[in-house]
Design a protein around this ligand. Sequence first.
Ligand code: V47
Ligand code: SF4
Length: 397
Amino acid sequence: MQNNAKLSQLLLSDDINPHLKDIAQKVSTDKRISNEDALFLFNETELSDVGVLANYIREKKHGDNTYFNRNFHLEPTNVCLYTCTFCSYSRLIKKRSEGWEYTHDDMMNIIKKYDDEPVTEVHIVGGVLPQYDLKFYANLFSAIKAHRPELHIKALTPVEYHYIFKKAKVSYAEGMKIMLDAGLDSMPGGGAEIFHPEIRDQIAGGKCSGEEWLQIHEEWHKLGKRSNATMLYGHIESYDHRVDHLDKLRTLQDSTKGFQTFIPLKFRNKGNEMSHVPETTVIEDLKNYAISRIYLDNFDHIKAYWPMIGRETAQLSLAFGVDDLDGTIDDTTKIYSMAGSEEQNPALSTEQLVNVIKRVGRKAIERDTLYNVVQDYTDVVFESDKQYKGYVQLPVV
Ligand code: V47
Ligand code: SF4
């Protein structure tokens, strides 16, 4: 096993830092790394070192399998009561008339546009406004299910839920049960930002706290349902804050096992109040994926959200712990293009996304939201790829 051989080099070489050797030993024997280990990895190691460890874990868990799904985004509004400093939406509350605020019927019309498309998931997320209350979303989810029962509804974050449950005077447990009964299938990972109040109060003051974010996911998991988790990194946080964030996720996951996927979100600085904060380098991004993979031993999947980082970095990330590239979304999401993401009008067909994955030597597997395999594209060769000469051959593991 080539990948094992690289890990053995770390374990056996006399030149390797003893702390790194100790971490490599833990990884090779399936032992959990500590917070101190994670800080050491962030502060004192090379990208290539964490890459070896993360890729070892990635291939042990998934081989070359790289997952994606067919989804589309529905963004009810780009106007928001809150004013998160990193968000390229938030200024629009002052200029409400320039934004959009879809009605129930507008949203159902968008859902119906996909009637003949083989999509498996709708991802619903947007700003927070009073008219989008508990009753509104319960009606919307029920209407989507009545129209297309098999379409998976992955919708809203604890930011919205905290707001609408408080307004409706229901507890988190009661509110999540109402959403479940209305048709909610799973929760996306957004709104997590950085849990630690030292940072959260500065960048996302006023919306749900880190503790409340975790409590809402916990209530959802108690209903036997799944969700994702994110971390918005690369702005004013320190490595201690990142490790604290990962620690809180790993601890909750130990008790509920309800998280499916962790998605690190790179801060993009265009058109928001933090435009003066420089963005991280691609090396930092890859290191962050890798350390997340090593630390979160109880998470099955690490996702790189390709519209945000671009397809080339997404390809690279597959060698640094990532096994999922999200979906074949079209340009229905505006959050990231407004924040200066690599992909201005993110759209990749299934064929293009499969090619992105296969060209770096991985296997493209279409999944549904819960990671059931929809189609394995290993033996499918598209016309567009027959002439392609640059395939990467990975060592046989
Ligand atoms: O919570 C907003 C982030 C998140 C910026 O669960 C920004 O499958 C970077 O959570 N720079 C929402 N990030 C998106 C999200 C998500 C995306 C894809 C898949 C899944 C999933 C979840 O976007 C927000 C916030 O953390 N965000 N502005 C920005 N300027
Ligand atoms: Fe509103 Fe979400 Fe933007 Fe914060 S990140 S201002 S809660 S849309």
